[in-house]
Design a protein around this ligand. Structure first.
Ligand SMILES: [Mg+2]
Length: 228
């Protein structure tokens, strides 16, 4: 019987810090009051805040915005960060293709589960030919017109669909980088490997108690290889 690996997209496979930082800079510039001093955070500092789930509003305040401006900054950032034109700032995480090839050669059934909308996923598929690794019937993403609630609520809904539609296997592993992935895995008693290559810090991930925490996809596949 087969082993299935369901992986999240942003975090384990793609590094979105470039896009998030680019949009942060844009929104900060657009929301600064005239003449006011702002403090543009260096990318490493900005990403550290994101990994510790500091809110956008707080990031605005830390960057020198007043309370009113910070609210507008947060709103604009939320509305902008998923604009298709900014996805070009995403980068593939080094070693991902090798890890996916290895998983394929091990005979693992690979599936993708992401909170990206279909058009956002398709753009990355075209750029990196991910269809080599993920068949169409193994890709779970949000419809372009899906009305999002929160990731922690929406991700288990995707997992629910996958569990109903995918052929049964002997064991299933989930790889992801946030509390939403952990919530989805736990709800269906799927073994959960959290990776540190994404948007959450080790301290935060530990609070949600995944089965394992590793650096990246390569280490996650190593771990699965030990169990099959
Ligand atoms: Mg993710």
């Amino acid at each position: 019987m087969e082993t299935r690996v369901i992986t999240d997209f942003d975090g384990p496979l793609m590094n979105v810090s470039g896009r998030y930082y680019h949009v942060y800079q844009l929104c900060l510039e657009k929301n600064r009051a005239d003449q006011s001093d702002i403090r543009l955070l260096p990318k490493s500092e900005f990403w550290q805040l994101k990994r510790n789930r500091v809110t956008e509003e707080e990031i605005g305040i830390i960057s020198g915005l007043g309370e009113f401006e910070a609210k507008s900054f947060a709103k604009m950032r939320k509305a902008t960060v998923h604009d298709l034109c900014y996805f070009e700032h995403d980068e593939i995480i080094p070693g991902v293709f090798e890890s996916l090839e290895r998983a394929q050669n091990m005979g693992l059934d690979l599936a993708l589960m992401t909170m990206r909308r279909r058009r956002e996923l398709e753009q990355a598929f075209q750029r990196y030919q991910f269809e080599r690794f993920f068949r169409e019937d193994r890709c779970y993403c949000l419809a372009d017109d899906f009305i999002k609630t929160t990731d922690v609520q929406d991700k288990p809904t995707l997992m629910d669909r996958a569990q109903r539609e995918l052929p049964p296997v002997q064991s299933t592993w989930m790889i992801g980088d946030t509390e939403a992935d952990i919530a989805a895995a736990k709800k269906y008693q799927v073994k959960m490997i959290a990776v540190l290559s994404g948007i959450r810090s080790r301290d935060l991930l530990e609070k949600y108690d995944p089965d394992y925490i590793v650096d990246d996809l390569a280490q996650a596949i190593d771990l699965i290889a030990e169990h099959v």
